[in-house]
Design a protein. Structure first.
Length: 226
């Protein structure tokens, strides 16, 4: 074989080897083993199985709360306290005297309140409105448990002509303790407190806490009794 033929053979062999190497490089590389759940899903094309919520898993609607009964059970039928009360009036308001007028053929609603008590002041217009609507059968009276008479008077003076400009008053001391004790109340009750007195002047029930507009129907039903 001459030198030229040997050179041709060598070049041909080198080209063939390069082609084989290129083919090997073009082969796909096998994927690494799948260990994660997401890899299995992608690799297999199978979607994850979802569990449908059963009917028992649905939230159960709770029954609406029943309105509270203002005066449940029989009448307390207690006598009114005999202790005298103080009183406070804004300028121009009529004096109330030293005892709450009860037993005059109408029901009497007594609200225990204080000038520092926000729920007490919030419900005052509501109680006055009830008195107007039930004028023939209900009278509303307010009894303050303020310790500071100046704070009480400032509140009364700030009220409009149609608001609460006069109130009975139980100043701190033995008279207040005796009066509240007759009502079976603590010496420092959680205000407001409502006391409903029947037309015969006897305590019918004691309601602790503020009243709402929705309580009017119950009040009207109670004072319709004689």
């Amino acid at each position: 074989m001459g030198r030229l033929q040997a050179l041709i053979v060598t070049v041909a062999f080198t080209g063939l080897a390069a082609s084989v190497a290129a083919c090997d490089d073009a082969k796909p590389v096998p994927a690494p083993p799948t260990n994660k759940r997401s890899d299995v899903i992608v690799g297999s094309g199978t979607a994850p199985t979802t569990t449908r919520a059963t009917a028992s898993a649905q939230p159960v609607a709770s029954a609406p709360a029943k309105p509270r009964a203002l005066c449940p059970g029989p009448s307390l039928n207690r006598a009114m306290p005999s202790e005298k009360l103080g009183h406070a009036e804004a300028a121009g308001a009529a004096s109330l005297g030293d005892s709450i007028p009860v037993g005059n053929g109408r029901w009497t609603w007594i609200s225990l309140w204080a000038a520092w008590c926000a729920p007490c002041k919030e419900e005052m217009p509501r109680l006055l409105k009830w008195q107007t609507r039930l004028a023939t059968s209900l009278s509303v009276q307010f009894v303050s448990l303020d310790d500071d008479e100046r704070q009480l008077l400032r509140f009364l003076e700030s009220q409009p002509a149609t608001g609460v400009r006069a109130s009975f008053w139980l100043p701190d001391g033995s008279s207040r303790e005796a009066w509240l004790g007759s009502m079976r109340l603590k010496t420092s009750p959680q205000l407001p407190v409502q006391i409903l007195v029947n037309p015969q002047g006897r305590v019918h029930c004691v309601i602790e806490g503020a009243v709402e507009d929705g309580d009017f129907a119950q009040v009207a039903a109670i004072v319709a009794q004689r």
